[in-house]
Design a protein around this ligand. Structure first.
Ligand SMILES: Cc1ncc(COP(=O)(O)O)c(C=O)c1O
Length: 369
């Protein structure tokens, strides 16, 4: 990737894309009801199945990741349904609010931001409810840089009560291995612009057979995100609505790259590089927002040292070093910056980021002394 033309994107999405993926977007526009699209669609869906580690249904929405979350909620929740939602940041709170928008009751299992609810806490919430329709679990809270460490156990607990299990793996799938069939996940959602390293614009959603059966029997109050409709069209290599063709091309190429690398290797690369990023930033004396035991592998949230202005820091990093990081969310705006560690992330990216952060902090401290 040429850094002269393109900034190094160390955001928690969107992330860097390869030249090969960028080039794919310039392929000719085709008839999305023709055989050429059918071949593309079926090939892409197969690749997505490998990413989700499922032999089941995968549907593709021309939407950002939020579309995948909307699909999860609206396909499962009917008026009055109870959903258990661990809430430990902005994205998990949004899931709880979406459940309420759909007429459901969200039972929030809360944890202080920077931590996650414990498995025991979740277990108690489940036991207290017994009857609930679904567990909606955000795996990786992008707003705080924390990751739930017990996804498999949580799935087991919820399934033991017959509930549907939904995992928002938007900022984690591909950086972590999430075996959807192995763990019994009914719906797992991810997005193109994170660990897959494609441009933004597609949501990918795995759907279990029992969920599909339920949706066919009890149609959801959504047209655009009706997963049964996507499944029906998908069986003949189509999407119900006009797909974002250039993003489809790019996603196909990015998944091809991912599978060429191998899922296990990609996951390991994320693990190794985020460890290096935590170590490098830690050596600068920086403190992290997330509690050590729940630190995310794909989003590193860093507390600003006293006296460092967020806008000044990020502008300098961008203008003087060509590196983009994100600011904090809500109450942590100005107090935290977040570095993505996703997709094409490498040792070179990590070294460049740590070096630039060090120089930027020094120049800010120098100027304020
Ligand atoms: C965990 C999580 N859920 C949902 C979303 C929403 O995705 P999008 O911004 O692509 O709609 C994000 C985006 O960063 C996310 O990190």
């Amino acid at each position: 990737m040429s850094l002269e033309k393109q900034k190094l994107i160390m955001l928690p999405g969107p992330t860097n894309v390869s030249e090969r993926v960028k080039k794919a977007m310039t392929r000719p526009i085709i008839n999305h009801r023709g055989p050429e699209f059918g071949r593309l669609f079926l090939g892409l869906r197969e690749k997505a199945r490998s990413l989700f580690q499922t032999v089941g249904e995968v549907v593709l929405f021309s939407s950002s990741g939020t579309g995948g979350v909307e699909a999860a909620v609206w396909n499962i929740i009917r008026k009055g349904d109870v959903a258990i939602v661990p809430v430990f940041g902005e994205f998990s709170e949004r899931v709880a609010e979406t459940v309420e928008l759909a007429g459901g009751k969200a039972v929030r299992v809360k944890a202080e931001y920077g931590t996650t609810p414990s498995l025991a806490q979740l277990g108690r919430a489940i036991e207290a409810r017994k009857e609930f329709k679904a567990l909606f679990l955000v795996h990786n809270e992008t707003s705080t840089g924390t990751a739930v460490q017990y996804v498999e156990e949580a799935c087991r607990l919820a399934r033991a009560h017959g509930a549907f299990v939904v995992v928002d793996a938007i900022s984690s799938l591909g950086g972590y291995s999430i075996p959807v069939d192995g763990w019994g996940i009914d719906l797992c959602a991810t997005a193109s612009q994170k660990c897959i390293a494609a441009p933004p614009g597609m949501a990918l959603v795995s759907v279990s057979e029992r969920l599909l059966k339920y949706v066919k029997k009890s149609p959801p109050a959504t047209r655009y995100f009706d997963i049964a409709r996507y499944s029906e069209y998908g069986s003949r290599g189509e999407t119900p609505f006009t797909p974002a063709l250039p993003i489809f091309y790019a996603l196909d190429e990015a998944l091809e790259e991912l599978l060429e690398e191998g899922l296990a290797k990609r996951v390991k690369r994320h693990e190794v590089n985020s460890a290096a990023l935590y170590a490098g930033l830690g050596k600068l004396g920086l403190k992290f927002f997330a509690a050590t035991e729940v630190r995310s592998r794909t989003v590193v949230a860093v507390r600003y040292p006293a006296g460092v202005d967020d806008a000044l820091f990020r502008n300098k990093l961008s203008e003087e070093h060509g590196i983009l990081v994100a600011g904090g969310f809500g109450p942590f705006k100005g107090k935290v910056f977040r570095a993505g560690c996703m997709g094409l992330v490498s040792g070179e990216f990590v070294d460049a980021t740590v070096g630039a952060v060090e120089k930027t902090l020094k120049s800010i401290h120098g100027a304020t002394k």
